[in-house]
Design a binder for this molecule. Sequence first.
Ligand SMILES: *[C@@H]1O[C@H](CO)[C@@H](O)[C@H](O)[C@H]1NC(C)=O
Ligand SMILES: *[C@@H]1O[C@H](CO)[C@@H](O)[C@H](O)[C@H]1NC(C)=O
Length: 424
Amino acid sequence: MESSMCILILCLSAITPAIRARVVPVPPLLQNYEKPSSNVIFDNSMYGLLQLNNGLARTPPMGWNSWNFFACDISETVIKETADALVATGLADLGYVYLNIDDCWSASERNSQDELVPDPKTFPSGIKALADYVHEKGLKLGIYSDAGRFTCQVRPGSIYHENVDAKLFASWGVDFLKYDNCYNLGINPKERYPPMRNALNATGRTIFYSICEWGVDDPALWAGELGNSWRTTDDINDSWASMTMIADLNDKWAAYAGPGGWNDPDMLEVGNGGMTYQEYRAHFSIWALMKAPLLIGCDVRSMTAETLEIVTNKEVIAVNQDPLGVQGRKVYVSGTDDCLQVWAGPLTGHRIAVVLWNRCSKAASITAAWGALGLESSTSVSVRDLWKHEDVLTDAVASFRARMDAHSCEMYIFTPQTVSHSEV
Ligand SMILES: *[C@@H]1O[C@H](CO)[C@@H](O)[C@H](O)[C@H]1NC(C)=O
Ligand SMILES: *[C@@H]1O[C@H](CO)[C@@H](O)[C@H](O)[C@H]1NC(C)=O
């Protein structure tokens, strides 16, 4: 590892002395998963200390959420048409089964029994009827509330109403709850989020608990025993600046994620128009590698062919859904502002998922040295390109290099053909 790194640094400095190169420091590995051949850089030592153990989220959830495209402009018609579209486009068959309604589904007052009420104008048939419709299509229904006095759009929140609300959601057949953080009365999230976990559990219905605390109090450190996923950052928006910043913030918590509980860098913006095809491809590749929930955030009733191509890439989805469940991370950076990046994570079968990501403003080559991936430099590796859907090399040794346009990425699976003694 040492020697291949040196060779790379020398080689880069020979090209231009201005290029900096460094290995991102990562803590040592403590193994509690199938031993991958690359075992020094993919630390997941914090995983499993906190486990909700409700049987869900063995792999990251996949589906759709209304907020990024529709915001408050939702209705039962939109949700039903989205259910139809998830099935018709084949997205449901690929695993996108959660159909999650975000804020604005409820009326602004509780009823005389202190229960939440679906907005009579936009959801006149009620949520139970919608859940039945969605379930009939083989999908699951998600709903939204808030660990505070009000939701962000000022509908009633669930604080101090956890039991009555959880019971109602369960009686409707809800499968997923996104639980937001607005109007939180300044109460510590470690006090506000457990009551809903307990209330959901007490219903006896298995409901995915998605904690949306915006990363304010570092939820990776405590939310694993409460939820199946926890937001690590503020809301994403449909821009390159937001997407890259959130990827970096989420990366910090990689060691805490695993089957049962995942870091959540927020929903996908792919298809909403604010980024280029290549930027959206990078967004999807990195989210998949980071074992993020893959919740589509565009209008799936009218996707372009490019959007559909991105979100239906089976090989990229398979990386996200790999049962090993170790979050991939940034393992090597170089270039101005560290804009040339190698991200990687181990997969089952001793394979490694690798993303080469050019975040610079010009085309560039990026090299993944085996040392940065935890491989011995003599290991022979076959390389499959997940966007071209082809094997590009059968016997790469020591390093792999590719050139790509600004803001583009390439994604690969590296399969070591030989395992040397030091790795066994
Ligand atoms: C409730 O919690 C227990 C203990 O963690 C767990 O075994 C059980 O599956 C949970 N039930 C539901 C419905 O979430
Ligand atoms: C989107 O997020 C970026 C990064 O946080 C921020 O600079 C920008 O102002 C945001 N744009 C909008 C429209 O909120």
